[in-house]
Design a protein around this ligand. Structure first.
Ligand code: ADP
Ligand code: MG
Length: 707
C-alpha cells in the first residue's frame, strides 16, 4: 500500500478534541474531578476552576496552532455561527504580546444577538445575547485555510434567558427525558443507573457535483437547488448506482472527509452511494444527543469544505434535482443509561420484557399524541419538495414496529398479556460456503417515517440540510411526558405488575392507529391514514402552527423546554424563513430567465431563421419545414416564458409587500410556488429543443452523471 494512503486512525482520532483523556492528562486532579462531576451530574462551574480549565485549554489549543477562540453556537438559522476573538491581550512593556484566555471568557460570551433571528423575543435596544459553554460537548480545534481556532460549543440565550438557539431547548429536553426515564427505571427496581441520556446517530445524505459545473448553475449557487432542468434520458430507473463501486474521485474525497472528522472526534463509520446518481451517505457511530447534534453540524461543514479541495461541490439541499431522489437524514434515537442499558433493547424474549414493552407503548402514545409536532420538527423549506414525493417518507407520521413487536402488542390488546414472541426464521443462502443467516425478527420497512430498527427508533423525515436538534427536542420531550404519565399511575398502583400490563394494553389499544407496517409511499395509505384520523401536514406552512397547539404549549411548559413566548417566536421565525427562501428562489428564477435563458433562446431562433433564409437562397425548392416548425415551437415556448416571468415578478412583488407571518407564507406557498412552476415548464421544454451548445448552463445529465 502507498505509504501516503496509510492512516493510523487510532493516532489521529480525536487529536483536535479537548476530550476527557486530554483533560485528565492536563488538568490538576482536583479541577479534573470537579469538571468531570459537572459533566456527569450537572452543576455550575466556579470561576477559579474555570480559570484553570481555560488556561490549559488555551495552552493545548496553541500547541495545535490555534490563534483564536470562538464560542460556537447554533442560532435558529439552521447553521452554526461563531464570533472569533484572538488570544492576544494588550502588549507588555517589552512590546511583546501575551496570549490569554480566562475562565470568564470560556464559560460566558457576549454576542450581538440582533443579527440572528429571534422572532420578536429581543428588541434591538436589548440586543445583547449570551453564549454559555455546554461543557458536556467537548471543545475542539478546527484547522482550515484561515488558520486554527479553538471552538467552544455553547448555548445562546437572550439577556432575559430566553433560548435563541437550538442547543438550549435540546439540553432542557435531554434533562426532562433523563429524569423521567430514571423515574421509570427505579419503579422497575433499577437502583444502580445514575443517568439516562438519549443516544443519537444521524445518517447524512448528500449529493456531489463537479464544482466548475456547479458554478455555471446560478440556481444552485443562489438557492442550493436547480430551479430549471429537464430530466436526462437516463434517470435512476436502473438502480445501478446504489452501492455501486465508489469511483476513485469520490473515494479520495470520502477518505479526506473521514480523516477531517476523525481528528474532530466524529466517529465517521459508514459511507456508500445512495439511491440517486451522484448521491452518497455517511453515518457516524451514535453519541449522546447533544454531542451527536454538534457532530452532525461538523459533518455538514466538513462535507462542504473538503469538497472544494477535490474540485467538487457538496449539495446538502433536500431536493437539488427535480425528479431525482432527494436527501434526508435518518435520526436514530434510543435511551441509554450511564451503565450501558438501552431502554429500547427488547432482549431475547421481548414478550417477557415488561419494562421494554411499557417503554415501547409510551413511545407509541407520545408519537400518536404529538404526531403533528413531530412532523413540524422536520419541516424545512427544502424538505417540502421531498416529503411525500415517491421516494421519501410521506408527511404522515406513522410507526413501523415489525412483525414480532406488532404481534406482541396484538396479544396484549386481546388478553392484557403476551405469551410468546415470533422468532426470526433461518434464512438459507443456498451457497455451501456461506453460513446460513438467522433472519432478523423484524424486517426493514424503508417507507416508514418512524421505524423501530432492533434497539432504536429511526426518524427518517428530517431534511438533509436541517439540524437534527429540533427533532430530538421533540422526541425527548414527548417521550418524557409519556413516561411521566405512566410513572404517575405506577407510583400509586397497588399491584405494580398488573398495573404495568394494563398500561401496555391501554396504550396499545388507544394508539394502535399510529402503527402502520405497509407501504408508506402508496396512495392507499394516504386514504387509510385519513380514515384513521392521522394528521397529514403536507407542507411546512401547515406544520408550523403545531408548535403553539394547546397540547404542545402544555407539554413544553410542563417540562420547562420552551415557554409560550419562545414557541411563538420560533413560529414567527419559521414563517419568515419560508417567505425569505421562496423570495430568493423566485428572484433567482427571474434573474436567470432574463439574463441567461431568454438571450440564449433568441440566439437560437436567430440561427434558425438565418438558416431558413440561407437554405431558401441557395436552393429555393429545398424543404425547410423542419426549421420552420422548430422556429414556431421555440417562439411559442419563448412567449410562454415571457408571460410566466411577468406573472412571477408580479406575485413575488406582491408577496414581498405583505405583512410578515402566516398569511404571507401561505401566499408564497400558493401563488409564488405556482408561478415558479409555470415558468419552469416552458423553460424545461426549451432545454429539450435548443442546441445543447447554446444552452447557457450544464444540464441534469452533465451534473449528475459526470462527477
Ligand atoms: P441501520 O442499518 O439500521 O441504518 P446502522 O448500524 O447502519 O443501522 O446504524 C445507523 C445509525 O444508527 C448509525 O449512526 C448508528 O451509530 C446508529 N445507532 C445504532 N445503534 C443505536 C442506538 N442504540 N441508538 C442510537 N443510534 C444508534
Ligand atoms: Mg438507517
Amino acid at each position: 500500500m502507498n505509504e501516503n494512503l496509510r492512516i493510523n486512525v487510532s493516532e489521529i482520532f480525536g487529536e483536535n478534541v479537548f476530550n476527557d483523556s486530554v483533560m485528565q492528562a492536563r488538568l490538576p486532579k482536583k479541577v479534573y474531578s470537579k469538571l468531570h462531576q459537572i459533566i456527569a451530574e450537572g452543576g455550575e462551574l466556579d470561576i477559579e476552576t474555570a480559570d484553570v480549565i481555560a488556561h490549559e485549554m488555551k495552552e493545548w489549543a496553541i500547541e495545535k496552532g490555534a490563534t483564536h477562540f470562538t464560542h460556537w453556537f447554533q442560532p435558529l438559522t439552521g447553521v452554526t455561527a461563531e464570533k472569533h476573538d484572538s488570544f492576544i491581550t494588550a502588549p507588555m512593556d517589552s512590546g511583546k504580546v501575551l496570549m490569554s484566555f480566562s475562565g470568564k471568557e470560556l464559560i460566558k460570551g457576549e454576542a450581538d444577538a440582533s443579527s440572528f433571528p429571534s422572532g420578536g423575543l429581543r428588541a434591538t435596544f436589548e440586543a445583547r445575547g449570551y453564549t454559555a459553554w455546554d461543557c458536556t460537548s467537548p471543545a475542539f480545534v478546527r484547522q482550515d485555510a484561515g488558520g486554527a481556532t479553538l471552538c467552544i460549543p455553547t448555548a445562546f440565550c437572550s439577556y432575559t434567558g430566553e433560548a435563541l438557539d437550538q442547543k438550549t431547548p435540546l439540553l432542557r429536553s435531554m434533562q426532562a427525558v433523563g429524569e423521567q426515564s430514571l423515574r421509570l427505571l427505579r419503579l422497575f427496581g433499577n437502583t444502580t443507573s445514575k443517568k439516562v441520556t438519549p443516544s443519537v446517530g444521524a445518517e447524512q445524505e448528500y449529493f456531489l457535483v463537479d464544482r466548475e459545473k456547479y458554478l455555471k448553475r446560478k440556481d444552485l449557487v443562489f438557492t442550493g437547488r436547480t430551479l430549471f432542468g429537464a430530466m436526462p434520458p437516463k434517470g435512476q430507473e436502473m438502480d445501478d448506482h446504489y452501492f455501486g463501486s465508489i469511483r476513485e474521485r469520490i473515494a479520495a474525497y470520502m477518505k479526506d472527509v473521514d480523516v477531517e472528522l476523525w481528528k474532530l472526534g466524529v466517529t465517521s463509520k459508514t459511507e456508500h452511494n445512495e439511491a440517486a446518481p451522484a448521491q452518497h451517505e455517511m453515518a457516524p457511530i451514535y453519541a449522546e444527543c447533544n454531542v451527536a447534534v454538534d457532530h452532525n453540524q461538523l459533518v455538514m461543514e466538513t462535507l462542504k469544505k473538503v469538497a472544494g479541495r477535490h474540485g467538487l461541490q457538496c449539495l446538502l439541499h433536500e431536493k437539488p434535482f427535480d425528479g431525482v431522489n432527494g436527501s434526508g437524514k435518518h435520526n436514530n434515537w434510543s435511551l441509554t443509561t450511564d451503565d450501558g442499558i438501552n431502554l429500547l433493547d427488547p432482549g431475547k424474549k421481548p414478550h417477557e420484557n415488561a419494562q421494554f414493552l411499557l417503554v415501547l407503548a409510551c413511545v407509541l402514545k407520545a408519537v400518536d399524541k404529538h404526531a403533528g409536532l413531530l412532523r413540524a420538527s422536520a419541516a424545512d423549506v427544502g424538505n417540502d419538495h421531498r416529503l411525500g414525493a415517491h421516494e421519501a417518507p410521506p408527511a404522515i407520521i406513522s410507526v413501523y414496529l415489525g412483525e414480532q413487536l406488532e404481534d406482541i402488542l396484538a396479544q396484549y390488546m386481546e388478553k392484557g398479556a403476551a405469551t410468546h414472541s415470533i422468532k426470526g426464521e433461518g434464512l438459507s443462502t443456498g451457497v455451501k460456503t456461506l453460513p446460513d443467516f438467522r433472519k432478523d425478527a423484524a424486517d426493514r420497512n424503508r417507507t416508514s417515517p418512524f421505524a423501530f430498527t432492533g434497539n432504536k427508533f429511526e426518524f427518517r423525515m428530517v431534511g438533509s440540510q436541517d439540524s437534527v436538534a429540533q427533532s430530538n427536542v421533540i422526541l425527548n420531550t414527548i417521550v418524557a411526558e409519556a413516561f411521566a404519565e405512566a410513572c404517575d399511575v405506577l407510583e400509586n398502583a397497588e399491584d405494580f405488575d398488573a398495573a404495568v400490563h394494563s398500561l401496555i394494553q391501554e396504550y396499545a389499544q388507544a394508539h394502535e392507529r399510529i402503527i402502520f407496517n405497509g407501504d408508506g409511499y402508496s396512495e392507499e395509505w394516504v386514504e387509510e391514514a385519513a380514515r384513521r384520523g392521522l394528521p397529514n401536514l403536507e407542507c411546512m406552512v401547515d406544520a408550523i402552527p403545531e408548535y403553539v397547539a394547546p397540547a404542545s404549549v402544555e407539554l413544553f411548559e410542563k417540562f420547562g423546554v420552551f415557554s409560550r413566548s419562545e414557541l411563538e417566536s420560533r413560529m414567527e421565525i419559521e414563517y419568515e424563513i419560508y417567505a425569505k427562501t421562496l423570495n430568493i428562489e423566485a428572484k433567482a428564477m427571474i434573474d436567470i430567465a432574463t439574463k441567461q435563458i431568454v438571450p440564449a433562446v433568441i440566439r437560437y431562433t436567430t440561427v434558425l431563421a438565418d438558416s431558413i433564409n440561407s437554405v431558401k437562397a441557395a436552393c429555393p425548392e429545398a424543404p425547410v419545414n423542419v426549421q420552420i416548425s422548430l422556429l414556431k415551437e421555440t417562439s411559442k415556448c419563448l412567449e410562454e416564458t415571457k408571460e410566466a416571468m411577468v406573472k412571477l415578478q408580479d406575485v413575488t412583488e406582491k408577496a414581498f409587500r405583505m405583512e410578515r407571518g402566516a398569511a404571507q407564507a401561505r401566499y408564497y406557498r400558493d401563488e409564488v410556488n405556482a408561478a415558479m412552476e409555470q415558468l419552469r415548464d416552458p423553460v424545461d421544454k426549451l432545454e429539450m429543443i435548443v442546441d445543447k451548445s447554446m444552452w447557457p448552463m450544464p444540464s441534469y445529465g452533465d451534473l449528475i452523471f459526470e462527477v
